[in-house]
Design a protein around this ligand. Structure first.
Ligand SMILES: [Zn+2]
Length: 263
């Protein structure tokens, strides 16, 4: 049942395009929906009555669905009054592997962002990545590329061209990577830096390639299982370090950007 709304209510409603990141039950019948929106970045909104049978909104508000939303300003959180699916990414829901990749993609974005306003490049990366996972692409390559671009867009671009300790140019030989220093170390510095882990020349080359390339160019890379595993290990070690240290906080990000205006 939809009641005609008084005009001032209508003016207080707004439309957003969003990807659903997650949902949590809220009260008896409602859900708190975590969204990444095109227009406002990360946002939480309340979907009322969505857990009741026959709710028309429910199917549109599942994780990794791209939706068009009509929202009304609520007392604390915006209320979702209408939800329409733009893209359900069905191929990702048909097999467990697809759903696992997609869940990883949205979870990573969720953990590295906070409610700080729009970041259209990040929204674009998210929807492009979900689309690529549906296509005939190497899903590991899609996700490894996504990780590097995401780190870039949230302010944690790893330094891969100069040693993060002595500043020397990184030469074509096996190197080290330091999560706490945020990048590659030359063999001289890496061998006596606590927590630095070895990284092969080949893995480093691929990280650099992803950092500098658009997706089309990145797909020229061929990841064999061993290389994929090494890239995954290095990047996840770095991301785990960032997240566990609580470095994804607004204050830290602002400081980081001020110290490294170029990055
Ligand atoms: Zn060095």
């Amino acid at each position: 049942m939809t009641l005609p709304e008084p005009i001032h209510h209508r003016q207080r409603s707004f439309r957003l395009e969003a990807v659903v990141l997650r949902h949590n039950d809220w009260g008896e019948a409602d859900r708190l929906i975590g969204l990444y929106t095109l227009e406002m970045g990360k946002l939480r909104a309340l979907a009322k009555g969505v857990r009741k049978l026959r709710s028309r909104k429910a199917g549109h508000l599942e994780p990794f669905t791209r939706v068009n939303l009509l929202l009304a300003r609520g007392r604390d959180l915006p209320l979702i009054t209408q939800a329409d699916t733009l893209e359900a990414y069905l191929p990702l829901r048909e097999d467990l592997a697809g759903a696992t990749y997609a869940s990883y993609v949205v979870e990573l974005l969720d953990r590295f962002t906070y409610e700080e306003g729009e970041n259209r490049a990040l929204f674009r990366l998210l929807v492009d990545t979900l689309a690529r996972l549906c296509q005939d692409q190497d899903r590991d390559l899609v996700v490894r590329y996504y990780e590097i671009r995401l780190l870039d867009l949230v302010g944690f671009r790893p330094q891969l061209f100069q040693c993060v300790s002595c500043g020397a140019e990184i030469r074509p030989e096996d190197q080290y990577f330091s999560a706490s220093l945020g990048g590659a170390l030359c063999p001289r510095c890496g061998s006596h830096t606590e927590g630095a882990q070895p990284i092969s020349l080949n893995a480093l080359k691929h990280l650099r390639h992803f950092q500098r390339s658009n997706f089309q160019e990145a797909t020229r890379a061929r990841l064999n299982p061993a290389l994929n595993r090494e890239l995954e290990n290095v990047v996840q070690h770095y991301m785990t370090y960032l997240l566990e240290r609580g470095l994804n906080t607004p204050a830290f990000l602002r400081r980081l950007r001020k110290e490294n205006p170029a990055s």
